[in-house]
Design a protein around this ligand. Structure first.
Ligand code: ADP
Length: 397
């Protein structure tokens, strides 16, 4: 089976043509500068092709992707009919979606209903879906929501302690994001530890970071909230912050709430704490190594907040059996993992520095006597999207 996985952003569109059973990627690429001019980067194995192609809308971008996939030289299939289904990443499923689903008119309507919750991403995700429907009307399309995995959280985890009317009238609650990644890691962890009933905390630490408390494969709590701003400090996002900080800054500097939120989303996190030096952990580690105090603090703050959430979630779950690290920093950050686990000795977490000396490979990094198994598991959101898509499309046959 061939599934085309699409992640449509406001001016870009990423794609992968993959086999959901084996995870083999036949081709992948990126359309950029949609609405501006248009640029396609297409990769088959180590071969890379770059082309300037006019992309006045997402529709031309999808068209360009399909054309290069069937191209006699750069393509990997003979006809678009060889694409059995398309899986789309959709940011916000609100309370409408607790699982992935095959796209129909009602699903489109419900995704539109969620636009106020995901105002930047959902319209772009929809454009990707509609563009595919237009150029490949007979191919089933599946929507995979970044929020869906978290819909199993109990009310005590997802409700905010504010008046009920904002929940009932406006759907204001914790939703959580990176759900596709958390779901993938929960499944891989179950396969690796060889059981389905256990308690774990997954640390998805990348440029955007979120953590989830997971029991028997189901999400019980997660750090991101109504938006991806909440939780641990990130590359450029502040993470959790007292709402009064917004009021104070807006009043003192005559800033609008929107501008203040842009500052919290784009100029904060480890970028803000490192005095604007970098949001990239490699740069921060290098600068901290040379004695830069701001970078040292940025890293210390990050380790501290991640460790605090592991402790909080261990309390929420009444203990954990497994701790997993994934995404750019989680998979590659040897120092980061060590520093976080150093906080967790009180709960019996012990990692082996030699085993921890690993990047981007499924590895058990805890010692045999550690009370908690600690794993590095590379995430694969595209594969999860392809698997969900295949499962739904096969079930509908
Ligand atoms: P995104 O949230 O954009 O998907 P990623 O999961 O790709 O982000 O993570 C990107 C981050 O991974 C970068 O900011 C970088 O700091 C970090 N990273 C990548 N490689 C390493 C490494 N070798 N050591 C430490 N951090 C790394």
């Amino acid at each position: 089976m061939n599934v085309l996985v699409i992640n449509a952003g406001s001016s870009s569109l990423k794609y992968q043509l993959m086999n959901p059973e084996t995870g083999d990627v036949a081709a992948k690429g990126l359309c950029e500068r949609i609405y501006i001019d248009g640029r396609l980067t297409h990769k088959v194995g180590d071969n890379k092709v770059e082309k300037d192609i006019p992309m006045p809308t997402h529709s031309e971008a999808i068209q360009a992707v399909l054309e290069i996939l069937v191209d006699p030289v750069d393509g990997v299939i003979k006809s678009v009919d060889e694409i059995d289904a398309v899986g789309h990443r959709v940011l916000h499923g609100g309370m409408e979606f607790s699982d992935s689903c095959i796209v129909n008119d009602d699903v489109i309507k419900a995704i539109k209903k969620c636009i106020p919750l995901g105002p930047l991403h959902n319209p772009a995700n929809l454009m990707g879906i509609e563009a595919c429907q237009a150029v490949m009307p007979k191919t089933p399309q599946v929507a995979v929501f970044d929020t869906a995995f978290h819909m199993t959280m109990p009310p005590k985890a997802y409700r905010y302690a504010i008046p009920t009317e904002y929940y009932e009238n406006d759907d204001i609650r914790r939703y959580g994001f990176h759900g596709t990644s958390h779901k993938y890691i929960a499944r891989r962890a179950a396969a690796l530890v060889g059981k389905t009933e256990f308690k774990m905390v997954n640390c998805h630490l990348g440029n955007g970071s979120s953590m989830s408390a997971i029991k028997d494969g189901k999400c019980m709590d997660t750090t991101m909230g109504l938006s991806p701003l909440a939780g641990v400090p990130m590359g450029t996002r502040s993470g959790d912050i007292d709402a009064c900080v917004v009021q104070f800054i807006c009043n003192k500097y005559g800033m609008s709430v929107d501008d203040c939120l842009t500052m919290l989303n784009k100029k904060s996190g480890v970028l803000g704490l490192s005095d604007g030096l970098s949001s990239d952990f490699r740069d921060l580690e290098a600068a901290a190594g040379e004695g830069n105090e701001a970078c040292k603090l940025a890293l210390q703050k990050f380790y501290y907040e991640v460790a605090k959430y592991v402790g909080a979630y261990a309390a929420a779950l009444n203990g954990i059996d497994v701790l997993t690290f994934t995404a750019g920093v989680g998979e590659n950050g040897i120092t980061t993992r060590q520093a976080i686990c150093d906080y967790l000795g009180f709960m019996g977490v012990k990692i082996d520095p030699e085993k921890n000396n690993v990047r981007g490979k499924e590895t058990l990094i805890s010692t045999p006597d550690s009370k908690v198994q600690v794993w590095v598991i590379p995430t694969n959101e595209e594969l999860m999207i392809a698997q969900d898509t295949a499962e739904l499309v096969n079930a509908a046959k």
